[in-house]
Design a protein around this ligand. Structure first.
Ligand SMILES: [Zn+2]
Length: 218
């Protein structure tokens, strides 16, 4: 079986959504002093490649511990997005061609290539997906969708204030679905119909969790 890791490495100082907790890792115990090594992790629930549970935007929605695991692993389809632009809106007609014959329950992963500028300011100026795409995916029976950007919705410029508009999130999470963000390495999946897995930690009543996302050739 072949596996492709679709996750960014979690390292101190890595890029996060503007205003989110910073990522800081250090050793809290060492073999030299304690006889064993233990790391201390400081990170937000939306660190690196991670999963958004309904609770992220829906008050009272399911946290990561209440998502059905069978919806977070299974057959996937990678849909390429041609020539995405900074702050560009990706519309249904841009991706509809990749949706033919989609079986209900398929995990849909959009490949824009934006992951190549992770950890740079340009990563924040990513393209975004119109909410109509969320509506169409839900109608097709898709319950898990992944993107190789920070956010399927537009990310406000650093320093802007006030509540953020998240229409794609509102549609998809509002229907009980899950969104995986900050995927990377999707172009290394060179075969069709990969099997995909991205399981969150069992964090009680928490809105998101880092995942180890991977594609498998069974
Ligand atoms: Zn998130």
């Amino acid at each position: 079986m072949q596996a492709v890791d679709l996750s960014h490495p979690v390292v101190t100082g890595m890029q996060v959504f503007p205003g989110d907790p910073g990522v800081f890792l250090r050793n809290a115990a060492s073999v030299e002093q304690d006889g064993f090594q233990v790391a201390e992790l400081h990170l937000g629930s939306h660190t690196g490649t991670h999963l958004d549970a309904p609770l992220h935007t829906v008050p009272g929605g399911a946290g990561v511990d209440r998502l059905p695991l069978e919806t977070l692993m299974g057959p996937a389809r990678i849909i390429p997005v041609a020539e995405p632009a900074e702050y560009g809106c990706i519309r249904w007609q841009d991706v509809a061609g990749g949706m033919h014959g989609l079986a209900p329950g398929t995990i849909v992963l959009f490949r824009t290539g934006w992951s190549s500028c992770f950890n740079t300011p340009r990563y924040l100026r990513h393209p975004f997906f119109e909410a109509e795409i969320a509506v169409r995916l839900l109608a097709a029976g898709v319950r898990t969708v992944g993107v190789d950007t920070l956010n399927p919705d537009p990310t406000p410029a650093p320093g802007s204030s006030g509540p953020v508009d998240l229409p794609f999130h509102d549609e998809f999470l509002g229907a009980g679905g899950a969104i995986i963000e900050n995927l990377t390495n999707l172009d290394a999946v060179t075969w069709t119909d990969p099997w995909f897995s991205a399981l969150p930690l069992r964090l009680s009543e928490v809105d998101g969790s880092p995942v180890r996302a991977a594609a498998f050739q069974l």
